[in-house]
Design a protein around this ligand. Structure first.
Ligand SMILES: [Zn+2]
Length: 126
């Protein structure tokens, strides 16, 4: 079953993301969402937040060289502190990096999950 998120729902979720987190989401996670949802995410990032491709690339480059905070709960790839906690693993909402993973097969199937399911997780954890 495919459920596309409405623009207000996407705006609601993504308004909690920093520009840098949006840049990572745009570059590394966009392809894992349904096409209709991808379009809405792009619209939010490019129009509402006013980020363009070169700004997005710069945000990622700047973030790579940024020193991590003392924060232990930080994604090693994008340095976000937004995670999805599942029974067998913890993964980064922003870039999809998995911190704990007991079942690789399960991880692959999760990549096909729609944004709808992610929304449920986000609602619980951020
Ligand atoms: Zn991450």
């Amino acid at each position: 079953m495919y459920l596309a998120l409405s623009m207000p729902q996407i705006t609601d979720i993504l308004s909690n993301f920093t520009d840098t987190e949006l840049a990572y989401l745009y570059k590394f996670r966009l392809a894992s969402y349904l096409p209709a949802t991808q379009e809405k995410i792009k619209e939010y990032i490019l129009r509402e937040r006013g980020l363009d491709e070169s700004t997005i690339n710069n945000l990622v480059l700047t973030n790579i060289t940024r020193t991590s905070s003392d924060h232990t709960q930080e994604c090693p790839k994008c340095k976000s502190d937004k995670f999805i906690h599942d029974t067998d693993k913890v993964s980064c909402i922003v870039c999809g990096h998995t911190l704990v993973d007991f079942d690789k097969e399960e991880m692959r199937s999760e990549l096909k999950e729609g944004f709808w399911e992610l929304l449920g997780h986000i609602g619980e954890h951020i």
